[in-house]
Design a protein around this ligand. Sequence first.
Ligand code: SAM
Length: 285
Amino acid sequence: MSNNTGPLKQRLATYGIYAKKGLGQNFLHDRSYVRQIVEAAELAPGDVVVEIGPGPATLTYDLAEAVRPGGKVVAVEVDERLQKLLGDVQQQCPEVTVLWQDALQVDYGAVTAPYRTGDTFALVANLPYYITTPILMHLLEGNFPVSHLVLMVQKEVAERILASPGTKNYGALSVAVQYRCRGRMVAIVPPGAFVPAPKVSSAVIRLDRRAEPAVTVQNEAVFFRVVAAAFQQRRKTLLNALGVLAGDRTKETLHNQLHACGIDPVRRGETLTLEEFARVADLFV
Ligand code: SAM
């Protein structure tokens, strides 16, 4: 049983906390989604889990319970008004450690190292929506030893992350995440599950970090430059969109090179799979 059974509003009132919009504070109060998030994280006793933005600790109690005994919850929170509340949580759950830091600045490998017996850690967060993409990219590009992430994000962002080639939601974010992770939708969450209710729907996704990137490329930076150029002007053909990277190559040369690697130059970038992007990127190395 979780200790965190008191109604969220009462809890916030007890500690004099009001939600700050600027910090993306929409607090989850619907326990059914708390359960789904913790279940999706598949934590076991002894595991180390990082939680970004514990806020009033709604998820934190359940995460602590899931890794007990012997595990650790490393919670990263920027709002120091929560010190008393999270201090009291730590009294009840000694497996919780709070880092008072901006989640974008944290070296997650280093902060989990003292607690890890295995190589990896899990990460669970109801993310502050105003910095979802920068946090996600910091987590993935930082090459931290994270095995999997269970994240609450805006539904529209979840759809972009998980989108398939040729769909309207497929873009540079889909490629960046799918290059490093396998993803799946866990749950769609209505605004009413939060206090205060956000204007948009949310979704919980799970991302499993791949041992190796989804495709092999000669140069990762070039791969992402090609992806960025292809999606910069979505309505352009690949041939025209890649013009910015062509250097002194003529259009005809680029046309022939795309053909030679099996890509029709008049296709739009948004239709390319990761494997096709990798083939195109290698033309620019
Ligand atoms: N985990 C709680 C829940 O599920 O109800 C709170 C989630 S709320 C959407 C986002 C949390 O992230 C807030 O507690 C907020 O203070 C925190 N936060 C906002 N910006 C942050 C940052 N840059 N670094 C760390 N935490 C941040």
